[in-house]
Design a protein. Structure first.
Length: 214
């Protein structure tokens, strides 16, 4: 099943309610929520104050992507703030297992993510432990970057691992997704595509989402 998760990072924050309603009305499946701390990534986005209106107004699940150091300090608060899934970076922790357990204990879906410079094989031991893996197809930190073509082979590899072990772990891909490359990324084995600028900067965002799902 092809799913699209528009990244609220590219929304117009002066009209956040309007943009949330636009996604509610669209064929999108999830709201992707990019949280950056200025330390794990060289950019700062937003946190709990934006979770509040999202939780109140969004009629689709909130897929939280934490780009922060020490995710163990905050994952439970994001669960309490209404997250449907909480993801953090493998390279931000020594051992992801206790952090995954904090999320699971809240009854929230778990997601483990890696930047493009992290060996994709490092995800292998966790594919059966998480609900979703998020493969970054740009370096985390900014919207509007170009899709890194080498990501396709990593998606194929993880797809093959998941299928050969009979798992139903979802593969999410984040960064540089456009109307033009969405089909190729789905074909490589992705289940969920995050799209920020390709949705919110489109002349017709709902139509862009529809086209990505075709
Ligand atoms: C990047 C974020 C992405 C970003 C995607 O650090 O994790 O979710 O918003 O933006 P686009 O789709 O514009 O590459
Ligand atoms: Zn993201």
């Amino acid at each position: 099943m092809k799913q699209i998760a528009p990244s609220i990072l590219s929304a117009d924050f002066a009209h956040l309610g309007r943009d949330i309603e636009m996604i509610n009305q669209s064929d999108a499946d999830l709201f992707h929520v990019d949280v950056m701390d200025g330390i794990f990534v060289p950019n700062i986005s937003f946190g709990f104050p934006i979770m509040e209106p999202l939780h109140r107004l969004a009629t689709k699940p909130l897929d939280v992507h934490l780009m922060i150091v020490h995710p163990e300090k905050y994952v439970e608060r994001f669960c309490d703030a209404g997250a449907w899934s909480v993801g953090f970076h493998l390279e931000a922790v020594d051992d992801p297992m206790p952090v995954l357990e904090l999320i699971r204990h809240k009854g929230v879906r778990t997601c483990l993510t890696i930047n493009p410079d992290i060996d994709v094989h490092r995800l292998d031991p966790y594919l059966g432990e998480v609900d979703m893996v998020l493969l970054m197809s740009v370096f985390a930190g900014f919207g509007g970057q170009k899709f890194i073509p080498e990501s396709i082979d990593k998606i194929r590899y993880v797809r093959q691992q998941i299928d050969s072990h009979g798992l139903n772990t979802l593969i999410e891909v984040d960064g540089g997704v456009t109307v033009d490359n969405a089909a190729m990324i789905f074909d490589a084995g992705a289940d969920v595509l995050v799209a920020g600028s390709a949705v919110f900067h489109a002349a017709n965002p709902a139509e862009a989402i529809r086209q990505m799902k075709q």
